[in-house]
Design a protein around this ligand. Sequence first.
Ligand code: M6R
Length: 611
Amino acid sequence: MCGIVGHIGPNNSIAVVLEGLKRLEYRGYDSAGVCFKKELGELDLHKKMGKVDNLKEAIAPLEVESHTCIGHTRWATHGEVNDLNAHPHLSDTITIDDDRSISIVHNGIIENHNELRLEIKAAGLKFTSDTDSEVFLGLMVIELLANVSLHDAVINSFKKIRGNSAFVIIMKGSREMLSIKRGAPLVCGVNIGSGEALVSSDPYALVGTADDIIFPEDDVLCSLSVEHEGLIKFYEMDKSESKRYKLKKQEMSLEISDKGDYEHFMLKEIYEQPHLIRALSQYYTLGPGKELLASIINESPKRIHIIACGTAWHAGLVIKNFIEKIARISCVVELASEFRYRDPILFTDEVGLFISQSGETADTLAAQALCKENGLKTFAIVNVEGSTLYRECDYNLLIKAGMEIGVASTKAFTQQALTGFLMTSAMSDTLNADNIAQKFSLLADRIQDLLDNVTNIKEIAEAIYLHKGFIFTGRGREYPIAFEGALKLKEIAYVHAEGYASGELKHGPIALIDDLMVNIALISDELYEKTFSNIEEVKARRGVIVTIGPENDKNAISLSDYYIPLCLEGLEELTPLYMNVATQLLAYYMAKFKGTDIDKPRNLAKSVTVE
Ligand code: M6R
């Protein structure tokens, strides 16, 4: 979703901000802009629909340097995608004296923007965009016209808005860059040596520039200035000094953003899986994760509520099977966007388990807050250390997937499910280091074999990518993979795909089957015969069958039009994670044949920070 970067310091802020915006491209956006201070402090605004490179091209001929710049990548929520609706927004210098002209960038949603818009119009101000963000600018202008200070203008305006938001603000006549947030990600960074300070919606934008990163809490006003000792000061809304922030050394490196020899980040991330699986087992059985798992051995909740969105929700369905079968603890899996609004029945002897790659998904965070309010212990299975979810939960189980740049989540899914397996083993006191190492290593080997032999999958992708629709089916352990396989295909190949439990086909979806419809059927030793007969039913109606199933299974091979053979022996409960890699590759190659933007699929954002 929207990305924010702000920089002050002796280096060229425009270059730093543009580089930061490039790094945030992976999050998804449709337009980009910057506003920087010229020599005498005048604010110079440039914004463009489309890629950050368009913006760069537009600015390059100016050959200008600046030491204060804010930038933004917009993912449209209010108002269509065009140059005017792009951020930053600049105040109307007709209504405000030039020295106090201000510019803002915003990430989030102002829920009461309609009523505030009327108030602002009544004060005689005009809007130049259709965005909710410009409402904050209008509120600030009203404050400044009443001659309050810049700090007061920000605080008073911020108090009037509802919803989760983060803002960065600069003013011509001030040497500060201010930022404030509620419920939206915001991180500051400093490099004392070079005298630079930054603010962003994502720590990744600060890598290579800031040595220390600082996470302010909600409602803390951050003031960045080269005139401050330490470059940043924090204030409460009552203007007293604030201590509500966490400081951390920068640990990320830039290498992670390199695609290497891979054509897409998604493919690179699929291929990283065998290595990551082995590293995860090491981390939790021999490394720093061991202690953490040991600490949850005593947790025996009455019920576990797994709550997540999208792919993380599918990982939750896989984990539910582990929890119920291995630990025999009752478990429900909930979509965060539904859970938070349906007044769920919660008890203090239950646990809320939140799964999220980014740790910033708005609905997941709201659901976590709800569980916390109701006295539940909250656990996170999360990738981004230091993310909001990470900071808010009682226990954090890191999935150690490294940065995931492809918008379509692949390696994070596998790592989330396996972390859930480790957590279950700890809770049921069945965690045995050798056993885990063996299991994970077998899974990693099998996945590696599959990755080394993709010709068959590529050929199948070429044969089917133009078909009318795709129904993924699976039973028992494989049922969540039917959902995940279909989601991956929709996201990156832009084709219609649905996931169903195999047994559900007869209850409606089978009406869709004809010779243009593809059934991607997952079949393993679990419930084999029942799944097999479901595939036969599709075949009888001339559906095209692509089976992902056990190697050497002559019956399944002869029933299928296309077959992806997998050696499933010995994998047991981890089988779905192996099969899922086959669906990832199939989706990837189908998308390649379709020629879509695989790493940044249309309309999608990596991290969904608004509801
Ligand atoms: O960062 P999160 O894991 O909380 O994100 C949840 C979903 O938005 C995410 O999994 C989404 O469905 C992916 N694009 C799937 O590939």
